[in-house]
Design a protein around this ligand. Sequence first.
Ligand SMILES: [Zn+2]
Length: 474
Amino acid sequence: MAVRFESIPVLDVNINNIHHLWPSLMKAVESATFIAIDTELSGIGTRKTLMAKSVEDRYKGTAENAKSRSVVSLGLSCFQLTHVDTKSGKNTSDMSDDSSVDDGAESCRVWNFLVQTYNIMALCQEEYIVEPASLRFLVEHGFDFNKQYSCGVGYYRGNDKAESPSSNVSLRSLFTKLVRSSKPVVFHNALTDLVYLYQNFYANLPATMSSFISDLTEIFPSGVYDTKYITDYVHRMPASYLEYVFRKSQRDNLQRYETDKSSVTINILPYPPSDTVNQCRCGLPQKTLQDTDPDPDTFQAIKDHICQGFAGHGWCGNGNRCSKSHDIDMILDLDQLVQTKKSRKRKRRILNQQQENGDNSDEKTGLVGNQFTKDQLDQFIVSRHENREICKAGCHRAGFDSFMTGFSFAVYLSKYGNYNDSFCLDDCGMEAFKNNVYLSGKDMPLSIVKSAFSKNSKDHKEKIKRISENGDNS
Ligand SMILES: [Zn+2]
């Protein structure tokens, strides 16, 4: 494939095919440069818990929730860096061979990834709470609970129980495989996922946050990365929910490729069509509004068309019944138009100051884009309706979300990292992002670093010992 992709295959794993798919899943994990992970949950508890002022309270509340809620699906997207090309373009054409590159002479790289994405339907075998809000969210996104109950891969929570030999193929052994593989893991808003993964597929959660963090440093020794942290604290975008970050990364990446800046290409395996392979459509639209110059009425009409709640947070209480548009491309177009408007205003102000110095017509100074009227907007909106379902992945939501997370991270890697003839993430200049986890409403991230005073939990110590002793039996 290439820098542009129309759809992404997500492999649906359930009780009927997990044995068949297991070897390829293990290979994908083993060969990955990093693994992006996402979970769909039966509930996340109240906002009060998630936003508790004290981070310790936040951990304790989330841990309590993880003990009574369950994971309904688990998404894994394995990104393998296969080769990095140096693209010849105008940025590099006049460069010397001097390897001591500075900012201006940075070579333009194309980072090529082979991507394999799995969506595993999970079914907790113990009683668990399903929250109405989560239920509604999942149903509105096409989640099929009938399918989950009939085909979900069963699991139990907490500490290991005496296992039968057949349980080598299970969600718990998949998690064990992740631990053993020592791969860097990437999340979007990592904390909730990490707490739920620990309780549901690893062991009983420790009582304190400091033990939890100590344990994590041993469970994921190659580091935890959080694309929400990178977006909010470093990259800065008008919004930082996953769909927005992914789409913005996808657009930026294409633009970077076309203007000879470092970028990412995605390759996929040639899967034969089957019930297992779901093609999740996510191609960029042919037409956008971002280079147009709407008159004030049309600009307002674009604003009125879009649901502002969804645009800001990626979530709207009206769900599918909302009368306004949740179209992510129009939301990004609008943000771009606002940016352009601001910079045009700035340029005009400067020009006005220099007015007497001669020709300052907008045409010649590039201040005018393609004029855009309300009629054209109406036509545009009609043409967009068939695309409304883009990024809605139904039952494969966790799988597709993990892909979106991994792709956004790959684009950040091409932008902020650097290639030093190594395919190991630790050699790619991403240290500043490593082990910093997003905390909503806080100025600082949570650091996944073992402190001298914290102790690992007993359950973790026993489990990690078993994992290292048993060798690779998968
Ligand atoms: Zn809405």
